[in-house]
Design a binder for this molecule. Structure first.
Ligand SMILES: Nc1ncnc2c1ncn2[C@@H]1O[C@H](COP(=O)(O)OP(=O)(O)OP(=O)(O)O)[C@@H](O)[C@H]1O
Ligand SMILES: [Mg+2]
Length: 223
């Protein structure tokens, strides 16, 4: 059964370690799906709403001092609750495809596996804050931690990018564990290939999931 109020649309999230190409690929995927005639909305976390964009610099600003793990978890989750309420659920209810650059799994990976907060508590919190909204498909853009971090110039690194390598290794292992535990929702894409190849694999996975769910383009484009 769908979550309450989710009728119609299709919710895809992109997840994975730093530098995997989530932000690069989400736009390419949106363009490809729109080209096929789907109505697509793209958003990112934390942000995507007025309040979410105010929370974003508190969490990611590289000059921001260290936050207590629960402060971090609650701020990310507050921004997410707002995004679900203001953007994601209304658009899904209108039957749109919503693509989101990170979602609840990022909190489990970073604040759970990475910082060591209790996973069950975090899962309960996500359920409450999102009204149990779970993605229909989660793409894990996977690559070795060092390779991902090496793609991000220091000037572009955020507060979490600058965490220790051990932290990023725990996050990475957490993603792989979550994907292994729920293979129906998660599809892994090797993100170490060149961007065109990654885009091709991402579209292939998304198209196959949409087909399986019987989601058709809302409007066919005339040739
Ligand atoms: N397949 C690729 N091969 C090489 N470089 C890439 C590839 N995909 C993206 N990049 C480059 O790597 C950097 C990080 O990509 P991007 O910002 O899309 O990753 P991200 O997963 O969103 O990272 P973050 O987790 O930090 O938000 C960018 O400079 C981007 O141009
Ligand atoms: Mg990004």
């Amino acid at each position: 059964m769908d979550a309450p109020g989710k009728a119609g649309g299709f919710f895809i999230t992109l997840e994975g370690p730093e530098g995997g190409g989530k932000s690069t690929q989400i736009h390419r995927l949106a363009a490809s799906l729109a080209e096929e005639g789907h109505v697509v909305w793209t958003t990112r976390e934390p942000g995507g709403t007025r309040v979410g964009e105010m929370i974003r610099p508190l969490l990611l600003g590289p000059r921001q001092s260290r936050l207590a793990p629960w402060t971090e978890a609650l701020l990310f989750t507050a921004a997410r609750a707002e995004l679900v309420n203001e953007v994601i659920r209304p658009r899904l209810q209108r039957g749109e495809i919503v693509l989101c650059d990170r979602f609840s799994d990022s909190t489990l990976a970073y604040q759970g596996y990475g910082r060591g907060l209790n996973l069950e508590s975090l899962r309960r919190l996500q359920k409450e804050a999102t009204g149990s909204l779970t993605p229909d498909l989660t793409l894990l853009l996977n690559l070795p931690v060092e390779a991902g971090l090496a793609r991000i110039p220091r000037s572009a690194q955020d507060r979490l990018d600058r965490e220790t390598k051990a932290f990023h290794q725990r996050v990475h292992a957490g993603y792989e564990q979550m994907a292994a535990e729920d293979p129906r929702r998660w599809r892994e894409v090797d993100a170490s290939a060149d961007p065109d190849e990654v885009a091709r694999r991402v579209l292939e996975q998304a198209s196959s999931a949409l087909r399986q769910a019987g989601v058709q383009p809302a409007q066919r484009r005339s040739a």
